[in-house]
Design a protein around this ligand. Structure first.
Ligand SMILES: [Zn+2]
Ligand SMILES: [Zn+2]
Length: 439
């Protein structure tokens, strides 16, 4: 596992979780183009196989489907040669993509590096140990389509490399992982989607990271800031980072304070010529350049409408506070990108006035949508024309994601406009410096 604060002087291996215990998988199939390319061991003893391994969990151990091999506590599949071509590899079936989100689905992934399978909490726990640069090639095209301009893929690759090496989040440290395979860390879908352009981006930026004060930057990024990025400390209640400041996402700085209710209203109602807006990236561009799972438009400015019944059901179900009526949603605190960080919801519970407070942008997004709201940068329009008891709500919003750090659509807009990766990174991670830590 990578260690926070340690800067490696050669390319490290990264441990990526493929099946997490929380996925609750108790069966999977692994297929090989050529099993002879791997050294496969069960509890430390080598075995040979034909072409496929069908595995299931039974009584705290793994066994193969035919039950000819039982009591497996660890199955390891080591690649004899790390530099196999793209078509030679192993494929793991039944892997979650979009874990916990409305786009969650099961996919098959072809993986580079080694694979180790164990049982954790009675479910499969599969780890891919992969050289960092190979991991990054896969991340670059899993996050964005391979058709993206070089500058965008390079910027994305440097941000992804810095994020892994900074090892600040460590969301799965209890499992000994550097990252999981999904949006919660960085989307990693193996070498199936690997492209020549992503490979080029890795090669041309090999070993390059962003630093500030001799520390690798915790380079956060999100899909679309909505026109202005957000400060890190309000979003995660973490220590303020000089390179994660709110920046206006366009060529000509507009100085505005979006934490003010009146300013944010006119902001969301207009377009402003931002890098992540339609002036730089059209709706057609989006479908061409976004990764497979994200084919949705209207992310820059969007609206979601709820009837009284819908909003009552939604909030009651998501918070466990069973409202009879919702009378208002009041933003209490907004960040500089206009994202609401604290929202008060007023209504009636069992005949009495009642209020609840949603205290983070994540919680607001989780509660105010059946799946997950694009962002918490929204204004609230109420409509009582159908009668006060039927009060309706429309959220008019901007952006997609937490908005801190690099804006992926904005970086795409900058790349399409001809900016190079260094300029793109300097725009989003102000005060950072680009250096090379290994060859
Ligand atoms: Zn994760
Ligand atoms: Zn943006």
């Amino acid at each position: 596992m990578l260690e926070k604060g340690v800067i490696p002087n050669q390319e490290p291996l990264v441990s990526v979780g493929i099946h997490l215990p929380q996925d609750k998988f108790n069966a999977t199939t692994i297929s090989f183009t050529d099993p002879k390319l791997f050294e496969i061991t069960i509890n430390g003893n080598p075995i040979s196989i034909q072409s496929e391994l069908k595995l299931k969990v039974k009584d705290g151990y793994i066994e193969n489907e035919a039950a000819s091999i039982v009591n497996i506590s660890q199955l390891s599949i080591l690649r004899k040669d790390q530099c196999l071509s793209e078509n030679q590899g192993l494929i793991i079936h039944s892997v979650v993509a979009g874990r916990g989100f409305h786009w969650q689905k099961e996919i098959s992934v072809q993986l580079p590096g080694h694979v180790i399978i164990e049982v954790r909490d009675d479910f499969l726990f599969t780890v891919n140990e992969v050289p960092l640069e190979q991991y990054l090639i896969c991340v670059a095209t899993s996050e964005m389509s391979a058709n993206c301009p070089d500058a965008l893929l390079e910027a994305q690759t440097i941000a992804a490399r810095s994020w892994v090496l900074a090892a600040s989040e460590k969301k799965h440290a209890d499992l000994g992982l550097d990252a999981c395979n999904d949006d919660c860390c960085q989307r990693y879908q193996g070498i199936g989607s690997r492209s020549p352009s992503a490979k080029k981006a890795s090669l041309s930026t090999r070993g390059k990271v962003l630093i500030v004060n001799e520390q690798i930057c915790d380079t956060r990024y999100s899909k679309c800031c909505g026109g202005r990025t957000e400060d890190n400390e309000l979003t995660w209640k973490t220590e303020q980072k000089s390179y994660l400041r709110s920046v206006f996402d366009g060529p000509e700085e507009i100085k505005n304070n979006l934490s003010n209710e009146n300013v944010v209203k006119s902001w969301i109602e207009s377009q402003h010529g931002c890098y992540c807006g339609p002036k730089y990236v059209s709706a057609n561009d989006i479908n061409e350049y976004l990764g497979e799972v994200d084919k949705i438009d209207n992310y820059y400015r969007w609206s979601v409408h709820y009837t009284q019944r819908e909003i009552v059901n939604l909030i009651s179900e998501k918070t466990g506070n069973y409202f009879d009526f919702i009378s208002a949603m009041i933003p209490i605190l907004r960040g500089k990108s206009g994202r609401i960080m604290e929202l008060r919801i007023d209504g009636i519970v069992n005949g009495d006035n009642s209020s609840i407070m949603l205290k983070s942008e994540y919680e607001i997004r989780r509660v105010l949508h059946p799946d997950f709201l694009y962002s918490s940068a929204f204004i609230i329009e109420t409509n009582s024309s159908v009668g006060k008891e039927q009060l309706q709500f429309t959220l008019h919003g901007a952006g997609w994601g937490h908005g801190v750090g690099l804006c992926q659509i904005g970086a795409l807009g900058m790349a399409l406009a001809g900016y190079d990766s260094k300029t793109i990174l300097a725009h989003y991670y102000q005060s950072s410096e680009l250096i090379n830590i290994y060859d």
